[in-house]
Design a protein around this ligand. Sequence first.
Ligand SMILES: Nc1nc2c(c(=O)[nH]1)N[C@H]1C(S)=C(S)[C@@H](COP(=O)(O)OP(=O)(O)OC[C@H]3O[C@@H](n4cnc5c(=O)[nH]c(N)nc54)[C@H](O)[C@@H]3O)O[C@H]1N2
Ligand SMILES: Nc1nc2c(c(=O)[nH]1)N[C@H]1C(S)=C(S)[C@@H](COP(=O)(O)OP(=O)(O)OC[C@H]3O[C@@H](n4cnc5c(=O)[nH]c(N)nc54)[C@H](O)[C@@H]3O)O[C@H]1N2
Ligand SMILES: [Mo]
Length: 768
Amino acid sequence: MKFKPSIKPYSGAAGGWGSLEATTRYVLDSKQALTNLRNLLRANKARGFDCPGCAWGDDNQGIFSFCENGAKAVSWEATRHAVEPAFFASHSVSSLREQSDYFLEYQGRLTHPMRYDAKTDRYHPIDWADAMALIAHHIRAMENPNQIELYTSGRASNEASYLYQLFGRMLGTSNFPDCSNMCHEASAIGLKQSIGVGKGTVRMADFEKADAIFVFGQNPGTNHPRMLHSLKQAASRGAHIVSFNTLRERGLERFADPQSPVHMLTPKSAAISSAYFQPNLGGDMAAVRGMVKALLETHRLRLASGKTGIFNRLFIEQHCEGIEEYLDQIDATSWLQITTQSGLTEAQLRHAAAIYQNANRVICTWAMGITQHKHSVATVREITNLQLLFGQLGKPGAGLCPVRGHSNVQGNRTMGIDEKAPKALLDSLEQHFGFTPRREIGHNTVEAIEAMLRGEVRVLIALGGNLAAAAPDTARTAQALRRCDLTVHIGTKLNRSHLITGKDALILPTLGRTELDMQASGPQYITVEDSFSMVHASEGIGKPLATTQRSETAIVCEIAHAVLGNEKLDWLALADDYSLIRQHIQATIPGFADFNQRCEQPGGFYLGNAAAELRFATPSGKAQFSATPLPESLFPQNGAEKPPFVLQTLRSHDQYNTTIYGLDDRYRGVYGQREVLFIHPQDMADLGLLEGELVEIETLWNDGVIRKVSGFKLVSYAIPRGNLAAYYPETNPLVPLASFGDGTGTPTSKSIPVAIRRCALKPSLRIA
Ligand SMILES: Nc1nc2c(c(=O)[nH]1)N[C@H]1C(S)=C(S)[C@@H](COP(=O)(O)OP(=O)(O)OC[C@H]3O[C@@H](n4cnc5c(=O)[nH]c(N)nc54)[C@H](O)[C@@H]3O)O[C@H]1N2
Ligand SMILES: Nc1nc2c(c(=O)[nH]1)N[C@H]1C(S)=C(S)[C@@H](COP(=O)(O)OP(=O)(O)OC[C@H]3O[C@@H](n4cnc5c(=O)[nH]c(N)nc54)[C@H](O)[C@@H]3O)O[C@H]1N2
Ligand SMILES: [Mo]
């Protein structure tokens, strides 16, 4: 496809004809239109198929039960384009590295297992059996089991990820870096500390009952488009949608529902947000604190005049601990601190507080705008504090809702992809399988990269994903990958990680969600868990492109068999019949009783959430207020001077993480290009720069390493002064490996201290 760069502010609503048109374009472009459409129409239907687009739940109501971006995800996978051995024969790996991420994935599906040969700088075909022997050889050559890193991306099924972590633990490691470490780790950790469970407490139906929904640091119009239906329906029955977002995001402002005849036939669209606040990057903790300060004032005034307060006294007394320390912290935080740090005025925060106070049932949702900062755990806990004060847990239409990213990232954790797995899980695996799992905490993603850099890692296996492009500090991550003896990537499409090889390297081609997975006992389905703890089956129907592709589950079993043999477990029998895997899951993980039978239930089954039932698995059995002061500085290298700018790295409308579908970002008015930098018009003017000029962006960090990207075109945008935004993964070279969240290890991808200056360079391709 050819792209012509332009900037045209988008005046329509999110959704609507624009989105159906875009969907059709993608479906038709993928050369397999009919099969794709059939897939799409079955998407998210009972015992059908789980859309690999995102982790939002399913309501199974509309005729087109999919969204524009889900359609892109499905048709992108179901393409007939293939990357076959002939392609690798005619392209050296160094020449492929010069290509863009878009080009690499656009070549199509991986069909054959391939092994890298440094002498020819090419990948050559290898038999599956030889590939397995090679993996076993390298793993046996390790001096200790912690010289392996087992990376997981959140699309992997429950079945595949359960066996993958089991394999690692039987081998003796707990090194399970995963995409979650770069994503919602702060939600998992913060919620666990506050309410005893690291998952959200709301269910899909709660959105139908909420009086107010506060959306923090999330862009659902692009990243969770099906959530817009819930928001629109809530808004049209009079619920307040309150958005906190540093940018003006179209999907949070207006939405035309492609599934509503009225919205499609008339130029009408539904307003989504009734209030929209644009805090500074990282300013949400201060914003919530400001709301609580205002609410506390009202509470005290009412008490002073002999009325009942506005906080839920009974709830707090029965279920919570730490209120005094928290309220002391509120008193100790001045309005000046709050307004300076949040970038919002006292009046704005009082307005938000008033909406909150007047709502009986409140849901707070959030995503990467909250979790990819240094003080993300504290922010998640501050949002939780607010909800606890008003008893917004344990009742319909209310609760806490971290909206997950990858379609099964929540399921991966439930299945034990966790470098710091809970004791109960390890005990239960130990008992059921009769081996002694390693109890020490393993490596998260950043630690895995650091260990590779130190030369301590012999083998990296990646179950999906694109570590080289998704991880921070691109140049150092590349260096890290190259230090491994063997890198193994199980993937559907060619990506940058495949081109940054260890001394030995394998690409193993796998089936996708959409495809028929035929094993010895017949066609198989897999299961996934969405953001609302609903587990359900997903079964592909498309004919695989090549007989040499294998399912992820089968590949994991074959690796485990090649390395561990079948002494402890008959891995190959599990690959023949996934219902046997589900029996092991049932025996070792709570909530999965009658697992196989319950997969037949339309819409799946609910795993339950103790906190939603007011049972708090904290040491004292009570929910914990957290009393943390606001961070001294919003800039990751604490104490340093205020940088000229803080940059966030985010997604365009035409990408799925590192997968670039196209070069448009329709709702933000960007077409045919990705190397753009969103900036406040006055900041641009102050620097003497003009719209459309090219700049270089340099990270201000304290380790002497130069981190710079250049050729980014300035686009003026509704963004706070001093804040910038640009797309990921192009800006990952700017995120220092050492800059991660307190207690989370999550790269601070939403707060990078930078300086910008004019440059004459044309946008160049990012070469690792
Ligand atoms: N189509 C599509 N769907 C996806 C994905 C995709 O790439 N494409 N990715 C999936 C994954 S893995 C994930 S994790 C989710 C990501 O979903 P999002 O979290 O929505 O993803 P981002 O694009 O990173 O957007 C962050 C949003 O938060 C805002 N923001 C950034 N920093 C701050 C802040 O400090 N405060 C506030 N209040 N706002 C802030 C940004 O302006 C932006 O609107 O989406 C999932 N779904
Ligand atoms: N700067 C910056 N960096 C970020 C972020 C950010 O906001 N800013 N966001 C972070 C977040 S939230 C996340 S979740 C991570 C994402 O990190 P990853 O999950 O590692 O990256 P993806 O781009 O989702 O992975 C895409 C690749 O997965 C493979 N794939 C696709 N489908 C399948 C499948 O069914 N099976 C298998 N085996 N492989 C498949 C394809 O080969 C494709 O190239 O990135 C993080 N990195
Ligand atoms: Mo994510």
